[in-house]
Design a binder for this molecule. Structure first.
Ligand SMILES: *Cc1c(COP(=O)(O)O)cnc(C)c1O
Length: 213
């Protein structure tokens, strides 16, 4: 499909929902892609944030391009929090334990990471994220940790044939964010980003649609 097509679909989806397209940012998911591919398929069109889901792989790419805006979107173990400082946004804080570990590390280093809390809205057993019933408590607890900047919520919707099937998931996440006055909503991937934008996504994490024909 390619990046320009994805951008025009994001714009159309935003307009359908009466939203300003400039309120939606495309995060190019670059996991498994080489620097050449990332240059050719993403960066020649503009300075988009780049999303990686593995710390080791990300560290190699970030060393090559430290000036880019990198986001972390993958599962995290507590022993990896020491590597997170260079990321502009961490989408995937999926437990209070992880939030506490990151807060402690950040306080020690004197910086304030921007994070999103990941919610397993579809309650899929194999997925990471807070149960929806835990969100109120987690938001309150993270806000009390002065060393984290809580910007919003993130979810990974179940994989389905028809993206209309996950509209309700996105809508639920948007309601949770609104309830807590949280601005950022990271939701939508190659298969479902248009529906996510219609439901209020401010960050869509798209990989395959940018890189595969
Ligand atoms: C890989 C990945 C994406 C992008 O998925 P595509 O289907 O390639 O668009 C988005 N979010 C997360 C957390 C991912 O791991």
């Amino acid at each position: 499909m390619g990046l320009l097509e994805v951008l025009s679909r994001i714009e159309a989806a935003a307009k359908r929902a009466g939203r300003d397209p400039s309120d939606v940012r495309l995060v190019a998911v670059t996991k498994g892609r080489s620097l050449d591919e990332i240059h050719d398929k993403v960066l020649r069109y503009g300075d988009f944030p780049l999303g990686e889901n593995r710390v080791q792989e990300a560290r190699v790419k970030m060393a090559a391009w430290p000036e880019r805006e990198w986001h972390f979107i993958g599962p995290l173990q507590r022993n990896k929090v020491r590597y997170l400082r260079p990321f502009r946004l961490i989408h995937s804080v999926d437990s209070l334990k992880l939030a506490r570990a990151l807060a402690a590390r950040a306080a020690g280093e004197g910086y304030r990471p921007r994070i999103l809390l990941e919610v397993n809205v579809g309650r899929e057993p194999q997925k990471h994220g807070l149960d929806p019933s835990e969100v109120d408590e987690a938001v309150g607890a993270v806000r009390e940790m002065g060393s984290l900047e809580l910007s919003g919520l993130m979810t990974l919707a179940p994989l389905v044939e028809d993206p209309e099937q996950v509209r309700g998931i996105f809508r639920e996440l948007a309601l949770m964010a609104a309830k807590h006055g949280l601005q950022e909503l990271s939701m939508g991937m190659s298969g479902d980003y248009e529906v996510a934008v219609e439901e209020g996504a401010t960050l869509v994490r798209v990989g395959r649609a940018l890189f595969e024909e």
